[in-house]
Ligand binder design. Structure first.
Ligand code: SF4
Length: 220
């Protein structure tokens, strides 16, 4: 296959079966490290994908631009369509208002997933896709059940649209995620994304005598 990224590795992946035998899908991507393995797996399975980057949760803007540019760089390399959606932070802050002090994996995160998936579902529907999925669940810091619930709910807003709950962590996916991140030298973020996760991670680090996060300098 053209632009096969597997040439650097012995890694062998079993071809994916997209629900209902679909040959194209929308992938909601949160960042390059999480989506690298997912993009590759879909790519080598011969499934057409559109990567949809909609993450108005990421703060501050320089961090958002870094994560987005890294993701686009990988898509460009593989010749995959990359949609740069809105950075409508105002809507994101108003959506999570009142839940600023929720812990990670709490209700604020549900609202954050809902917002990102609702926009992705709308894009999928408007562009004649029948399936969408997300790279969000590959991170071990995330609750798969919580993510899947939001994805399924967003898909249910439209007829003939499904959210694919595939577990990207399994069958070597989590390990492959690290391999690709290292070979591509992706930017390595140290907090989930929002200003509250930045605050809480730094708070935890202080309590555990660890240095504060220094953004935009760490690469795999
Ligand atoms: S911690 Fe992550 S998932 Fe939760 S609200 Fe913040 S950016 Fe969204």
């Amino acid at each position: 296959m053209k632009n096969n990224p597997l040439s650097k590795s012995e890694y062998k992946r079993v071809a994916l079966d997209v629900p209902n035998g679909e040959k194209k899908l929308v992938l909601h991507s949160c960042c390059a490290p999480c989506s690298g393995e997912v993009i590759e797996a879909i790519h080598v399975s011969g499934v057409k994908q559109t990567v949809f980057f909609y993450n108005p949760n990421i703060h501050p803007k320089e961090e958002y631009l870094m994560r987005k540019d890294e993701n686009k760089r990988y898509c460009d390399k593989l010749g995959i369509e990359f949609i740069d959606a809105d950075y409508d932070t105002k809507n994101w802050f108003s959506r999570v208002k009142g839940f600023e002090n929720e812990p990670e994996r709490g209700h604020r995160c549900t609202l954050c997933f809902d917002m990102r998936f609702e926009r992705t579902a709308l894009f999928a529907k408007e562009n004649d896709y029948k399936v969408f999925t997300s790279s969000l669940g590959i991170s071990r810091w995330k609750n798969m059940e919580q993510i899947n619930k939001s994805g399924l709910q967003a898909a249910n807003r439209y007829s003939n649209l499904s959210y694919w709950t595939f577990n990207w962590r399994k069958k070597g996916g989590a390990q492959r995620m690290i391999e690709i991140s290292k070979s591509e030298k992706f930017y390595q973020q140290e907090y989930c994304g929002c200003v509250f996760s930045l605050r809480d991670t730094n708070r935890w680090r202080k309590e555990n005598n660890r240095e504060r996060i220094t953004r935009l300098v760490k690469f795999y």
